[in-house]
Design a binder for this molecule. Sequence first.
Ligand code: AHM
Ligand code: MG
Length: 338
Amino acid sequence: MAFPEYNMDPVTLARFIMEDDRERREKYGTTRTSLAFILQAIGVASKVIANAVQNAGMQGLYGLGGQANQSGEDQKKLDVLANDVFKNVLRNTKKVRVMVSEEQDDAIVIEGLDHARYCVVFDPLDGSSNIECNVSVGTIFGIYHTDNKSLAELGDCLRPGREMVAAGYVLYSSAVVMVLSTGTGVHMFNLDPTFGEFIETKRNFHMPAVPKLIYSCNTGNAEKWDDATKAYMRWIKAQPKTYSARYVGSMVSDVHRTILYGGIFFYPADKKNAKGKLRLLYECFPMAFLVEAAGGKAIDGRQRILDLTPTELHERSPIYLGTADEVDRVQEFYKQLD
Ligand code: AHM
Ligand code: MG
């Protein structure tokens, strides 16, 4: 008997990861079994964080919980918890030698491993200023690999974003969703609360060919933006077809909507912040990696984000990402006004 509405063969994240690795072996003759371990671990960490976010009220997890992080922002209890969970699961894979977290000034280098070729960069709980009012938050991660030596080093993280082997985010919202790319295609998994498993809901999905006309930015800063961004905003407002403004103020939510509906998300440089607000390594790179894999573009105004090489761990960058035509238009304004 057929039950077309009922998924009788769910693809769990675990199954996807194993199949993805098998496909790589068949196509390219290389396997990344350690990457599979790491992605599984990230799945587990995300479930623990999702649980903490959802139960924060009952568990006394709201409010401040640590010191100021490297950006001078006060850490929330959930920031600290999410960071610890992420570090623990990654450390226990024994496959990750270097970790860079938004919540820690210095990279974490794990000693005593004889074979650990991976670096993971992450923002364990992005948008945490939204936690107390239950607006969605997320986790962002990117993964580097070193092919030519058995132990990864800090320098392996300070490479252009295009050299990442995988990137993803997890959105803790009305549903918990993971969006992941291991280089080819972008895939989406929803956390099924009854099974406690991430289940594949979209494979190889693309940004829409006919995008919604949406722009997403903090217009509170508009007076301080540079001329190109101001000119682009004037252009948007002058269009006969009205653009809608949508801004959650949590990058994961704003990027997720942009990938699914189309449009543009941007956090520009401004007079106060010459390089914008968002961090290149663990915010801009993974999101640019995913947006490009879904058929969109991501630039810093002038250049492709994924071609930038970070010189320090917590470096910031302006970012404009989304529907390719829209991002190209921003780049045109930069070309004209430079
Ligand atoms: P955080 O890493 O301290 O949480 O800050 C990053 C967040 C992003 O999620 C979001 O896009 C941005 O900050 C919002 O900034 P603003 O409040 O200036 O609009
Ligand atoms: Mg962040």
